[in-house]
Write a protein that binds this ligand. Structure first.
Ligand code: SF4
Ligand code: SF4
Length: 180
């Protein structure tokens, strides 16, 4: 059989498959989906890379002002804690990760005596930050953290305030961008 004969037989075979089993079966037989996938892969192979090697290139990771990283507690500029112990964050937390105890001062103000977040339970949903009426509890951009010892997962009020102090500039910038 010459080349024209082989070609004709293949066309006839393809038409038979098309009429008997339908278009999808013919596409599978001719590996058309695979070829179209390979065409996309081939095109992407020569385009500039959009992926970054984390954590080596973690510094340049683009984040949104609403990024939900490590939690922090903030202070006012005069150093006073923002938290008024309303416990809204504790009530709204779907993972029951927040534990607050509070004390009422003689002047009627209320402050926390204990503010713990169990980082193992926290799912970084950001609902606590949404609920807070005084922007006290917030999410930072920091996501590169881990806990190596049992017990370290309980982030205390002092630790959360220290994180807030450390990231205050970034937190304030993100809040401004988010409101814009
Ligand atoms: S981010 Fe979500 S899960 Fe974590 S403490 Fe806040 S409300 Fe709870
Ligand atoms: S962090 Fe905000 S929501 Fe939570 S107890 Fe303090 S003031 Fe209330």
């Amino acid at each position: 059989m010459n080349l024209v004969g082989v070609f004709g037989a293949l066309i006839t075979f393809a038409l038979l498959i098309y009429f008997i089993f339908g278009r999808d079966q013919l596409k599978s037989l001719l590996l058309l989906d695979l070829l179209s996938g390979l065409r996309v892969t081939g095109k992407k192979l020569f385009e500039p890379k959009t992926t970054l090697h984390f954590p080596d290139e973690g510094e340049s990771l683009p984040t949104s002002p609403r990024f939900k990283g490590m939690l922090a507690l903030r202070r006012y500029e005069n150093g006073q804690e923002r938290c008024i112990a309303c416990k809204l964050c504790e009530a709204v937390c779907p993972a029951l990760a927040i534990n607050i105890e509070s004390h009422e001062h003689t002047d009627g103000t209320r402050r926390t005596t204990r503010f713990d977040i169990d980082a193992f339970k926290c799912i970084n949903c950001g609902l606590c930050a949404e609920a807070c009426p005084v922007d006290s509890i917030v999410c930072t951009d920091e996501m590169n953290y881990s806990f190596l010892r049992r017990g370290d997962n309980i982030m205390t009020k002092e630790q959360l305030l220290a994180i807030g102090d450390l990231y205050e500039d970034q937190i304030a910038r993100n809040m401004e961008k988010d409101r814009a």
